[in-house]
Design a protein around this ligand. Structure first.
Ligand code: PSU
Ligand code: MN
Length: 306
């Protein structure tokens, strides 16, 4: 924890020193994943849910070049209002933000890195990045997947959005030794819906079982993360046809406009929300709450095992 680049919030530091449960949260979902003000409201509510379930939240970002584990309320507000004006920061970008003392919103990959530096092992988000559709041509594969291969943090998500090629994403994770666990399901959920047609590697039904699997992996020095895919509750899920149509339309528009690289995912997220007239945003918010709850419960169980 003695890292001269890292600021751990006092509450987070105390919890870590006492071996208590801490849950990391990312900030790209705030700045680039949702519109203001729903992004800030969601970020605050997520922190509250983590607390209600017995863990301490640590939202991660880079501010003024400092790596932050745990943000103040006004810092959440700043990131939410700044939106896409703040840099989206993945692994490759971290040193440049630090060197030039800039602000950055952290993706799944960079949140994992900073969480691991702080000693946090459980992280809740909405969706992970993955292998994009058409990656055979574009080579667009999220750095999140490589990070999952090498950094010891469990990521609780609602599966992968079908803006991605879910089958290829699962193949990529398998090659890199990253287990994909379905929480209470045998099927990989696809973010807005419970189904994708693809199976997960393991089905686990309780936070206690999840914690045991994580402890086993890391006790054995099998480095890397775990994807814990927690399906959206049925009452919050979207109609499969509606969301499929919206995603296809968003993908077509992206191609037309030639959107590439780090802009792709934020573009697709905003387009899908726009096309569905906010319905997808409502689902997105609900699934993040559900993931925060499961992450907190898992972190509590993991703290008991330590
Ligand atoms: N998927 C979502 N919501 C998000 C993201 C992905 O449903 O907010 C964000 C996360 O921060 C994720 C990042 O780590 O997008 C992936 O971006 P890229 O595909 O450029 O690696
Ligand atoms: Mn990409």
């Amino acid at each position: 924890m003695n890292n001269p680049y890292l600021d751990i919030a006092p509450e987070v530091k105390e919890a870590l020193l006492e071996g208590k449960a801490v849950v990391a949260l990312e900030s790209t979902i705030i700045s680039h994943g949702m519109p203001y003000p729903q992004n800030v409201e969601t970020a605050r509510e997520v922190e509250k849910i983590v607390r209600q379930n017995g863990a301490v939240p640590a939202t991660i970002a880079i501010l003024g070049g400092r790596l932050k584990a745990g943000l103040l309320s006004e810092e959440l507000d700043y990131l939410g209002k700044a939106g896409q004006a703040v840099s989206k920061v993945s692994r490759r970008d971290i040193p440049f933000m630090v060197a030039s003392r800039k602000d950055g919103a952290t993706t799944v990959a960079s949140t994992m890195i900073i969480a691991a530096m702080a000693g946090i092992r459980v992280f809740a988000t909405g969706g992970i990045g993955g292998v994009h559709r058409g990656a055979q041509e574009t080579f667009d594969i999220s750095a999140d997947l490589q990070e999952l291969a090498s950094t010891n943090v469990a990521v609780i998500c609602a599966g992968a959005k079908s803006i991605l090629d879910i089958g290829l994403t699962l193949e990529y994770l398998e090659t890199n030794g990253v287990p994909v666990v379905g929480y209470g399901t045998d099927e990989m959920p696809s973010f807005y819906t419970q189904k994708s047609g693809f199976g997960v590697d393991y089905r686990i039904n309780t936070p206690e079982e999840l914690a045991k699997a994580l402890k086993s992996k890391w006790d054995l020095n099998l480095k890397g993360g775990v994807v814990i895919a927690n399906p959206i509750h049925q009452e919050d899920a979207m109609d499969d046809q509606v969301i499929t149509k919206a995603i296809n339309q968003a993908l077509a528009e992206m191609k037309e406009r030639g959107v590439k690289g780090k802009e792709s995912t934020p573009f697709l997220l905003a387009k899908v929300a726009e096309i569905t007239g906010g319905d997808s945003l409502a689902s997105n918010i609900k699934l993040v709450y559900s993931n925060a709850e499961l992450a907190a419960k898992t972190a509590v169980e993991l703290a008991h095992l330590a």
